[in-house]
Design a protein around this ligand. Structure first.
Ligand code: BJW
Ligand code: ZN
Length: 266
């Protein structure tokens, strides 16, 4: 597979004229109609939210199986709840970054769908309008027994696992843990959007968690031009059309700038 031309680009790029994108990609960008952004934790890293894996990943310190699964929650609900409460506090303090904002602005030029594995709500806060959340949303909670929803801001967020007002069951965050099914409608709609897209950007994900990691494959199978944006090579790198290595908060605004110029020439 063809490798990107930007593998040795320094990380400190600021200006929108610094990057040289591959011609084939620019042609796709000029004529594309439907664009999918498939995003992972890396897109929120520049907002100050830690990724899961890699050098600064939270799972270097904590094992996912100890916290991100239902059995762990039932065994020690307060510990797991406190961990999510801590992450909620961080998410509420940070802002969407230039990568999120660029994705939202792409809507001025294309039919854009965001398919995200993130639970942090930052795409919505940045202004994206069509978002499929494959792993849930940390702002929502529900009762494990009667499934009553408890969504912030109406819901008082304590540091210990709350109890359902209706049945006394434990209330948990509405996120998808290991071994749990993804929301079927979001997954199917995201998959369809990828298969129908002209370009699928795969941004800031290690692409090791399934079934979400099938999304770029569906895009490829459907004939989409798949572009990966990441700090480093991933599981997916050998099967994408173009790899751009660097920070998404720096690269996406530059692609947007190119798109603006290309589209006004049409
Ligand atoms: C930057 C950057 C910058 C940094 N700019 N880039 C098929 C094969 C093998 C296994 C399975 C399979 N199908 C199912 C499984 C099992 C399992 C799975 O996938 N396991 C693998 C890990 C081996 N999947 C499941 O269990 C799923 N459910 C399921 O399959 O149900 C069916 C079923 C039910 C019952 C029995 C059997 C099957 C559920 C998966 C749920 C994942 N949940 C989590 C936690 C969510 C809640 C929470 O946040 O606490 O979702 S796990 C975690 O990983 C989170 C993420 O969404 C997900 C993906 O991580 P992501 O986003 O890729 O982040 P990182 O950290 O891995 O990568 C960041 C990347 O960014 C890196 O590459 C950096 O380089 C880059 N980066 N800064 C650009 N500035
Ligand atoms: Zn209940």
């Amino acid at each position: 597979m063809e490798r990107g031309t930007l593998q040795h680009v320094p990380r400190s790029i600021k200006s929108s004229t610094d990057m040289q994108f591959k011609d084939q990609f620019l042609q796709k960008l000029k004529y594309a109609k439907r664009i999918v952004f498939f995003t992972g934790a890396g897109i929120s890293a520049e907002s100050g939210i830690a990724t899961f894996r890699g050098a600064d990943g939270i799972w270097n310190k904590m094992k996912p199986e100890e916290l991100a699964n239902f059995d762990a929650f039932m065994k020690n609900p307060d510990l797991v709840w406190e961990w999510y409460q801590h992450r909620r506090d961080i998410i509420h303090k940070v802002q969407p970054n230039t990568g999120h904002f660029a994705i939202a602005e792409f809507e001025k030029f294309y039919d854009v769908t965001v398919v995200t594995q993130n639970i942090d709500n930052l795409h919505k806060r940045a202004g994206s309008s069509k978002i499929y959340e494959l792993h849930g949303n940390i702002e929502r909670n529900y009762c494990v027994d009667c499934y009553e929803s408890y969504n912030t801001p109406n819901f008082e967020l304590t540091n210990t696992a709350p109890r359902c007002e209706k049945c006394g069951g434990l209330v948990r965050p509405d996120v998808v843990w290991f071994g749990e099914m993804l929301p079927q409608d979001e997954l199917e709609s995201g998959d369809k959007a990828a298969a129908w897209s002209d370009i699928c950007f795969v941004v800031g994900t290690s692409a090791v968690v399934y079934p979400a990691a099938y999304i770029p494959m569906s895009a490829k199978k459907g004939g989409s031009y798949v572009v990966e944006i990441n700090l480093e090579r991933t599981e997916l790198s050998r099967s994408v059309d173009y790899s751009i290595y660097g920070k998404s908060g720096e690269i996406l605004p530059q692609i947007l700038e190119q798109a603006k110029n290309l589209r006004t020439d049409l």
